[in-house]
Write a protein that binds this ligand. Structure first.
Ligand code: OSB
Ligand code: MG
Length: 372
């Protein structure tokens, strides 16, 4: 296959409910949409879902624009390849920049699926026709407002709720949610906000008896040592997110027993091929996995749905309906989650139409490239 045209669209969509994590609050998101066209005219779509600021990872939207336009798109344009597993090698000399790479590689994967007339999930080796969605709830101004958000999502059928925590907003919100929902699948995500000190260990010991499904990323990225120490002490599984950007990080985590669950994010790992390889490695090690999200627009959301259809994704994934975040999504149909169940598309390619008019309406900047 040969990519002859590429367009990068910088698109801003308003959020229906502002979202706060341990680092910051946001009310709209800017993601970069990658559009690739091959010689036959088939199209592939990808999404660079980097947050605007360097708080989740060091990449930002502006940096991702630079990386994609200067390095990644020139590397894939005009190159010959048979399978998307080969695409990351085309820009193999570029270190890091996983979000930018993930968006470009996702476009190659959806192009390949369209070109070979199969659903993206099938091309990846997915085996499920539906996946279970959980929701991720941000830090709210009060416990009452958090309980309102939990009720809203439990009432619409989501079987798992993840609560963002940070020092000062941890044991109390968990107790409140547990008090109201004794049997709900609840987990917490600290986004690395705790230092590996005695006070943090005290907090996690206090959370341990509340039957949480997991404690996600308690410590700073790649603090595998304190994570292993915590896992040895707690009954609650520790889940790694920010700590695992590469398969080498994952091998370190497995060897050190720095947790018991992996959140596989396509964006954080640099694409669908790496996400699938992480799935295979954790399967061998016996760690269950789930697919994390980055508040993706519909394109990245459908890639998350597709990877979640692989057999090792046994825990609910952050693939909630488009409508949890966006009043209007850039795909048609948008992702829906009836009773927390998302249907894996069975049509060839991405699995939905891309609403190019909506992309144009919300685009802040656009750049097009052609192979010579
Ligand atoms: O840690 O999972 C995270 C969003 C931005 C940055 C980090 C995270 C998140 C989420 C999003 O929790 C969940 C979703 O996309 O549904
Ligand atoms: Mg996380």
């Amino acid at each position: 296959m040969r990519i002859v045209n590429a367009t990068l669209h910088d698109v801003e969509l308003p959020l229906v409910h502002s979202f706060e994590t341990s680092s910051h609050r946001k009310s709209s998101l800017r993601h970069l949409i990658v559009e690739l066209t091959d010689e036959s005219g088939a199209k592939g779509w990808g999404e660079i879902a980097s947050p605007a600021g360097p708080y989740y990872a060091s990449e930002t939207t502006t940096i991702a624009w630079h990386t994609a336009t200067e390095y990644l798109i020139p590397a894939v344009l005009g190159a010959e390849w048979e399978h998307p597993d080969e695409v990351s090698a085309l820009y193999g000399k570029v270190r890091g920049h996983w979000f930018a790479k993930a968006g470009v590689e996702m476009a190659a994967w959806t192009l390949y699926a369209a070109h070979t007339q199969q659903p993206l999930a099938t091309a990846l080796g997915g085996t499920r026709s539906t996946v279970i969605a959980g929701v991720s709830l941000g830090i709210e101004p009060s416990i009452d407002e958090l309980l309102t958000q939990v009720a809203k999502h439990v009432d619409s059928g989501y079987p798992r709720v993840k609560l963002k925590i940070a020092p000062g907003w941890d044991v109390e919100p968990v107790k409140a949610v547990r008090g109201t929902y004794p049997d709900l699948d609840v987990h917490v995500d600290a986004n690395g906000a705790y230092p590996g000190d005695d006070a943090a260990f005290e907090t996690f010991r206090a959370l341990d008896p509340h039957g949480l499904t997991m404690i996600e990323q308690p410590f700073a990225p790649r603090n595998f040592m304190d994570s292993a120490r915590l896992q040895a002490e707690l009954n609650t599984p520790v889940c790694l997110d920010e700590s695992v950007e590469t398969l080498d990080d994952l091998r370190t985590a497995l060897e050190l027993k720095a947790g018991g669950v992996l959140n596989i994010k396509v964006s954080r790992m640099g694409g669908l091929s790496a996400a699938r390889a992480a799935h295979d490695l954790t399967q061998e090690a016996g760690w269950p996995v789930w697919c994390g999200g980055m508040h993706e627009f519909g394109i990245g959301r459908l890639a998350n749905v597709a990877i979640s259809s692989l057999p090792g994704f046994t825990l609910p994934s952050d693939v909630s309906a488009s409508g949890k975040y966006y009043a209007e999504d850039i795909i048609d149909p948008a992702v829906t989650a009836e009773g927390g169940v998302v249907t894996v598309p069975s049509t060839a390619g991405l699995g939905a139409q891309v609403r190019t008019e909506l992309i144009a309406e919300h685009a802040q900047q656009t750049q097009t490239f052609s192979a010579d």
